[in-house]
Design a protein around this ligand. Structure first.
Ligand SMILES: [Fe+2]
Ligand SMILES: [Fe+2]
Length: 297
């Protein structure tokens, strides 16, 4: 009898290890795919996908979604634009209403391309559906399938709100301006800041106006509450340069940091987590990250 129980315990341990290994493999795959996605983000200030992922997860939490749903949204946010990987630069820096007909027809394909890239991974089946739907709108004016209201996955409804906001505020206008005659050119830092504030207000006004038309009103309300609270708290915080060894969870990067081979390892606006600390220290040892980094505390 004792031998039998021992065998059961042994099997249980093995299963647990196997489960941990699977979870490890899953998150490693997410990391690789997320880094690939970031290769198409050079026309943003900070990381578009990390912003969308972080804020979408906060909304999901605020709306009382389950742990599993929040994790799914987090991953979908990281990977939602993976279908843009093969895009030419013109499709990356232009807004959709500035694209030529040919560019636009390629652009509307990116949710489908993204879904196809992710689909082979069986564990990602919900995520590939969310990626496919992240440009759908409540009134059926979205793409690629013109879904309406209840037909749209709740996670896709969240991502589309955060995605709109980030595109309006953090797309690099000046770089966009180099080849685009209609783009805004800034003459001084203060004009740039005023313009950012204007764009911030305009983006929130647009979301409010299109609440219940294009976007789910509960999601818009939750997002505005989250982003406004963050903005107010940010005003009370200070920017400082601090040694990586002295970083604490909850601090926020105030600059983008890239590795020597061009990968974004820390994005402006990203909150530092306890899990990230050992990796950041390793980056300093490998001289991929400066000894001191600019943070908001
Ligand atoms: Fe997209
Ligand atoms: Fe996006």
């Amino acid at each position: 009898m004792q031998a039998f129980e021992e065998k059961i315990n042994e099997l249980e341990n093995e299963l647990e290890q196997l489960g941990n290994q699977l979870a490890d493999n899953y998150f490693q795959t997410v990391k690789v795919l997320a880094r690939l996605t970031e290769l198409s983000e050079k026309f943003y200030d900070g990381s578009h996908s990390r912003f969308v992922s972080e804020k979408s997860a906060l909304i999901a939490e605020d709306l009382g979604m389950t742990e599993e749903e929040i994790m799914e949204i987090r991953i979908s946010g990281l990977l939602h634009d993976i279908g843009k990987l093969s895009f030419p630069e013109t499709c990356l820096y232009k807004f959709s209403n500035e694209m030529s007909e040919k560019e636009y027809s390629k652009y509307v394909q990116h949710p489908i391309l993204g879904m196809r890239l992710i689909e082979p991974y069986k564990l990602f089946s919900n995520i590939s559906e969310i990626i496919l739907q992240h440009h759908e709108k409540l009134d059926g004016s979205g793409f690629p399938r013109q879904l309406t209201k209840e037909q749209i996955h709740p996670a896709a409804k969240i991502i589309t709100v955060v995605d709109y906001f980030h595109n309006q505020i953090y797309r690099r206008q000046r770089i966009r301006g180099e080849n685009h005659p209609g783009a805004i050119q800034f003459s001084s830092t203060s004009t740039f800041l005023d313009s950012t504030r204007e764009r911030y207000n305009a983006a929130l006004n647009y979301l409010t106006k299109k609440s219940n038309v294009l976007y789910d009103s509960k999601i818009v309300d939750s997002f505005i509450k989250i982003i406004e609270t963050e903005r107010k708290n940010l005003g009370l915080r200070s920017v400082m340069r601090i040694a990586v060894n002295a970083l604490e969870p909850g601090m926020m990067f105030a600059e983008d940091y890239f590795t020597s081979y061009g990968l974004l390892m820390a994005a402006k606006g990203e909150t530092i987590t306890r899990e990230a600390l050992p990796q950041l220290r390793r980056f300093v040892e490998a001289e991929e990250l400066p000894q001191k980094v600019l943070i908001i505390k």
